[in-house]
Design a protein around this ligand. Structure first.
Ligand SMILES: Cc1cc2nc3c(=O)[nH]c(=O)nc-3n(C[C@H](O)[C@H](O)[C@H](O)COP(=O)(O)OP(=O)(O)OC[C@H]3O[C@@H](n4cnc5c(N)ncnc54)[C@H](O)[C@@H]3O)c2cc1C
Length: 380
């Protein structure tokens, strides 16, 4: 019987891994199955654009896999049986068995940190959530308010995109931090602040949101803000599948892996992307980003192919090159970084940064085949 290789999750990491595995193992007796909750490749890095009313190109996974022997199974994995080595899929008659499993289920918004967020807040972490937010924002009349909670990259991009697309709305950005853009070089931070001013985004630093209401939010210091929509970007979590299956995970549920992305508890299992606690160039856990997901997708294919051929692979290098922040469609900041994610002096701002980011985002999808067969470009 051929070796059964199953990849769960067809996001940036899983899709690239499956395609590269197919190319590397084309002369081996290996079957590759890719299981994904939908038949569409979701460009998560554009979901704030979708929420702001822009149209996204629908990317079919079957088309992305065209010409490869990868078998696509569309369905949500509900459980992994680590003893029987099977994955169960909702509404499917039979579980799928694996000899090698690549776990690539990504991340989701963490909404249960404060009361009311699950019921009343929107998010941009997934396609359905971003689509819901899009409809909600479309219904807000001129002069209405959107409150974006979270001053990280997703919050910044979402607030700027909404303000850019709907200048007649009032957009507020609430962050517990002292300022926005921590971790950026001074020039990048200055540009970021100026851009938010120009877009009329009101920034509320040192503001901890304590509750979300149907008509706004309450802060820890007892202030209430009215809002027609509250967008929660303040935290991400990963699916529970790995932890429930008994794989070793960190406190966030990310699968613990060694330098070759192999589970530290189950040697036949690998994890990549947001759902993996990979090790970055500086020895810290990998940052949830395409910048980490893409090298992990490439790397896991090389590692698994090597082991199936009886060779011991070297470590997978997860290094960063830049932090790329869009500020609406015509402005942005690109902060070039050292491989360990520390900022360098080199910064791109304004239209040049927006063009740079758009080119990187497009190439991430368009060059799937190139990544699958080599390529070392960082993600967006
Ligand atoms: C608005 C926004 C903007 C962002 N901008 C940037 C950016 O500029 N640069 C950057 O580097 N990163 C950015 N990110 C982060 C980036 O999108 C993620 O780090 C990246 O998507 C992780 O890739 P992944 O393959 O691990 O997971 P994902 O892309 O999330 O893919 C996971 C896949 O697994 C599937 N899946 C999940 N659970 C199951 C299940 N139980 N059964 C079957 N399938 C399942 C999902 O349907 C999905 O297809 C952004 C994120 C957001 C939300």
């Amino acid at each position: 019987m051929s070796h059964r290789l199953v990849v769960v999750g067809a996001g940036y990491a899983g899709l690239l891994a499956a395609k590269r595995l197919a190319r590397k193992l084309r002369h081996s007796d290996v079957s590759i199955t890719l299981v994904n909750a939908s038949d569409r490749f979701v460009e998560r890095v554009r979901l704030h654009q979708l929420a702001a009313g822009q149209r996204l190109t629908e990317l079919s996974l079957r088309q992305q896999l065209g010409g490869t022997p990868v078998q696509l199974v569309v369905g949500r994995v509900t459980a992994i049986d680590s003893t029987r080595r099977t994955v169960c899929i909702a509404a499917a008659p039979r579980a799928i068995g694996y000899d090698t499993l690549v776990y690539a289920v990504g991340s989701q918004a963490r909404l249960d940190d404060v009361p009311g967020a699950v019921e009343h807040a929107d998010a941009v972490a997934g396609l359905e959530q971003a689509t819901r937010l899009r409809h909600r924002v479309a219904e807000i009349a001129s002069g209405g308010t959107v409150a974006v909670v979270g001053g990280g990259l997703t919050g910044l991009e979402t607030a700027a995109e909404l303000a850019d697309s709907r200048p007649e709305l009032r957009v507020g950005l609430f962050t517990a931090a002292d300022d926005v853009g921590a971790g950026l070089a001074p020039r990048a931070r200055t540009h970021l602040r100026r851009a938010l001013d120009r877009l009329d985004v009101s920034v509320h630093p040192r503001t901890v949101v304590a509750a979300v209401r149907e008509d706004g939010l309450d802060t820890r210091d007892g202030t209430s803000f009215a809002a027609d929509a509250v967008v929660w970007t303040a935290g991400f979590r990963v699916p529970e599948l790995a932890r429930v299956a008994g794989f070793a995970t960190d406190e966030r549920g990310r699968m613990l892996v060694d330098a070759t992305l192999r589970s530290v508890s189950h040697p036949e299992v690998y994890a990549i992307g947001d759902a993996a606690a990979g090790v970055s160039a500086d020895g810290t856990p990998s940052r949830m980003s395409c910048q980490a997901a893409l090298p992990m997708g490439r790397g896991v294919a090389d590692v698994v192919a090597a082991r199936l051929a009886g060779r011991e692979p070297g470590p997978v290098r997860i290094g960063y090159a830049f932090t790329n922040i869009s500020l609406g469609r015509h402005d942005g900041v690109v902060q070039f970084t050292h491989a360990d994610d520390r900022p360098r002096g080199l910064v791109l701002t304004g239209r040049a940064a927006a063009v740079f980011k758009e080119a990187v985002v497009r190439s991430t999808v368009r060059s799937g085949a190139r990544h699958a067969s080599g390529g070392d470009e960082p993600g967006p």
